[in-house]
Design a protein around this ligand. Structure first.
Ligand code: ADP
Ligand code: ZN
Ligand code: ZN
Length: 724
């Protein structure tokens, strides 16, 4: 009898599996974590296959060191999902699997589980307790308590023994993660007619896969549609997965979901969690102990065997695209996963990605529209364009905007000044000769920041920080000046101009620490702030009921960008930031400072007309053969010198020419950011009208690229890139 061989996926940049002697591992161990010797180390792998024989001589194979049976095996549908991601994004399977596991599982030694955080009644438990006699008082009281929602371990004292029994019998389930739930369910509001119509379409659709695009203006109550649909999934014993873009948004969304489903076992998964928390939540999912998973992009890969619904909120958001390693789009993976499982996926946005919008227009996605704000009194804000050629800004601010802020201050309302540049000023320049201080390591200017000890120049690409020079390095003039506006400088000038106002800045520099963001949100909601200055961080999904004015600075920047997606992003951002104004009973106003008030983008914005903007932009994309009318992949290379990077890509291009059928290979070019941290970066674009053809090409091509000598060159492939 041949020795059974275990095929193990290891976390290596090689598209192959590794053979070990299976020992006691059998078919029921497929998908389990193992520890195996690799070189001199012991490393974690996943058992993905068993074979009768290996291509290697049996005596050279080593046995598996340990098989982790403490954890359920990764389910087959999850392994299929990981395989799809590996194939589609051209990433080695082993590296893919490891990218999807919680970090704690990548270490050979498993941390000891902390013990359950709470207990919940299972359906089996419900059936069991229905038959309890009248004298089982303690048990009855426990049941009553459990029916009100999961019982935190800290309150379980009097019932310890019963719980231990019931755990063994499956009447209760242990919840390993998550804070204790609130005691009472929040009531659902009566649906608006548009919400009701959307929900009816969703619930009356035949079972099976369908992709829905919920296109609803900001404040139209998309969340309520999600909640209702999730309620029906949970009632039927299914699991729901909800993706949200930013970790800043999860606490808020999480609280809303917990209030609504106090009895549900909710697991929240995002990068702000400590390793242990993340592991506990993930284990709950793997063991079937979660009903509702709320998370950021990586959560799309959570193992969930009873998954019946996926929701992707703000589906257009750029944070759904992973930019490192396995470069996946969580939205696209969500759609693939839903199709594979035969379940619905609901994509929501006020400004859908043009990909999704086109799919909706072409009836591949079903379109649901919420055209108005849910709150009867909250109209959409009036958008006004301020022409900066006639109303010239002083310290960044036009007179119209300054007056509008003044009026808000007089009425005790809040204003938000939005600018997508953190720091004090984008550059430091010499008034003598025009010299602008560059980063010595990158093809970018250094950004002037206000720091504790004075000013500092920082590079936003490589992180280099330095003291500003005393005099111009070029002409020696001491007359160096900050040019342009950043959040810090605006904060300063607003405080000068409105000395009585309380100004708060929210950007990555102030909101970076955990909890800092929540504190700021509370300060705004508690009216401890009059003027907010912020970057896109504030634009997203926050409810500030007393905010009635939004001023937008520096938006024109994006119109000049060489990235063809810049206008799409700008429009989404402006619609979103405009949506912060006038959420409650106070009407809102948005002032956009621009030197191009006639630009079609601003015209569409003035009318809150996403469809108009999307129509215009799709026409341009079609003419240029850009996505979504074509499918792209980018081969990136970086090296110490540009020549080496370009040369590698040129060889890659030649290797691809013979394989390219219905696929266009462009010439290698330096990247838009050609130099970062002293590394030169180049890229090669491939493009096809057909996704299938592009995929077929990539399979052969990337294999060929792997075989190319690449001394000193680091390369990667990005399928469906969004950043150039
Ligand atoms: P969106 O996600 O579409 O921007 P939200 O889901 O945040 O909108 O809803 C905006 C506001 O409207 C929230 O305060 C929400 O509680 C409220 N809301 C939603 N649906 C209703 C409804 N049917 N009746 C009253 N208020 C509602
Ligand atoms: Zn100079
Ligand atoms: Zn730099």
């Amino acid at each position: 009898m041949p020795t059974p061989i275990a095929r193990i996926a290891l976390d290596l940049p090689l598209p192959r599996l590794f053979d070990y002697l299976a020992g006691e591992a059998g078919p029921r161990d497929l998908g389990r974590r193992v520890v195996v010797p690799f070189g001199r180390r012991q490393v974690v792998g996943i058992l993905v296959g068993l074979a009768e024989a290996s291509e290697l001589p049996a005596e050279s194979l080593k046995p598996i060191t340990a098989l982790d049976r403490a954890l359920p095996p990764l389910p087959a549908d999850w392994l299929r999902l990981a395989r799809f991601a590996a194939d589609y994004y051209q990433h080695p399977l082993g590296a893919t699997l490891h990218a999807l596991l919680p970090p704690a599982l990548k270490r050979p030694k498993l941390p000891r589980p902390a013990g359950p955080a709470a207990y919940a009644l299972t359906p089996a438990g419900e059936a069991h307790v229905a038959g309890l006699g009248p004298r089982a008082t303690a048990r009855r009281r426990l049941v009553e308590r459990l029916r009100a929602g999961p019982l935190p371990a800290g309150e379980a004292g009097p019932w310890r023994a019963i719980l231990r029994d019931w755990l063994g019998q499956g009447h209760v389930a242990a919840i390993e993660s998550g804070p204790p739930p609130p005691p009472e369910a929040a009531a659902a509001p009566a649906l608006t007619p548009a919400q009701a119509a959307a929900l009816q379409a969703l619930t009356q659709a035949p079972p099976g896969y369908a992709a829905w695009l919920l296109f609803g203006v900001t404040g139209s109550g998309k969340t309520e549609v999600y909640l209702r649909l999730i309620a029906s999934v949970l009632a039927a014993g299914g699991q729901a997965l909800v993706l949200v873009p930013e970790i800043h948004l999860t606490p808020q969304t999480e609280a809303a979901f917990r209030r609504r489903f106090p009895a549900a076992r909710l697991v929240s998964l995002h990068s702000g969690l400590a390793d242990g928390e993340r592991l506990a939540g993930w284990r709950d999912c793997l063991a079937g102990r979660a009903d509702l998973v709320l998370g950021t992009r990586l959560a799309v890969f959570t193992p969930l065997e009873r998954l019946r619904l996926i929701v992707v909120d703000e589906e257009h958001d750029a944070s759904y695209k992973q930019q490192e390693g396995l470069r996946y789009s969580a939205r696209d993976v969500a759609v693939w996963r839903a199709r594979e499982l035969g379940i619905p996926v609901l994509l929501g946005s006020a400004t859908p990605s043009l990909e999704s919008w086109r799919n909706a227009l072409g009836h591949r996605y079903r379109l649901l529209t919420l055209p108005e704000r849910a709150h009867a009194l909250a109209a959409l804000p009036a958008v006004r364009l301020v022409d900066t050629r006639t109303d010239r800004p002083r310290q960044g601010m036009s007179r119209a905007l300054a007056e509008a802020i003044e009026a808000r201050l007089a009425r005790g309302e809040q204003s938000l000044v939005f600018i997508n540049r953190r720091g004090y000023a984008p550059t430091l320049y010499c008034n003598g000769c025009g010299y602008v201080v560059p980063c010595p390591r990158c093809s970018a200017h250094q950004v002037l920041h206000r720091a504790a000890g004075g000013y500092q120049l920082r590079c936003h690409h490589c992180g280099l920080a330095a003291r500003p020079p005393e005099a111009c390095p070029d002409c020696g003039s001491p007359d160096l000046r900050p040019a342009g506006q950043g959040t810090q400088r605006l904060e300063e000038s607003l405080a000068e101009r409105f000395p009585a106002a309380r100004v708060l800045r929210i950007d990555r520099d102030t909101a970076g620490r955990r909890g800092a963001f929540a504190a700021m949100r509370e300060a705004v909601q508690g009216r401890e702030v009059d003027i907010l200055v912020g970057t896109q961080i504030v634009a997203k999904g926050h409810d500030f009921p007393h905010l009635t004015l939004v001023g937008v600075l520096g938006a024109d920047q994006a119109l000049l960008s060489p990235d063809f997606r810049a206008t799409e992003r700008l429009f989404a951002q402006l619609m979103q930031v405009a949506g912060r104004a006038g959420r409650a009973e106070h009407p809102g106003e948005v002032l956009v400072q621009t030197a191009y008030p006639a630009h079609p983008l601003y015209r569409a914005l003035e009318r809150h007309d996403y469809a108009l903007f999307a129509g215009q932009t799709l026409r341009e994309r079609r003419e240029a053969d850009f996505p979504p009318y074509s499918h792209q992949a980018l081969l990136r290379a970086e090296a110490a010198g540009m020549e080496a990077a370009l040369d590698f890509l040129e060889r890659a291009r030649r290797a691809g020419l013979a394989l390219a059928e219905g696929v266009e290979l462009f010439d290698p070019t330096p990247a838009l950011m050609a130099r970062v941290a002293r590394r030169e970066r180049a890229q090669l674009l491939v493009q096809s009208r057909s996704r299938g053809r592009l995929q077929a090409f990539l399979r052969g091509w990337i294999e060929a690229v792997r075989a190319l000598p690449a001394r000193g060159v680091k390369w990667s492939v990005d399928v469906d890139p969004v950043d150039f």
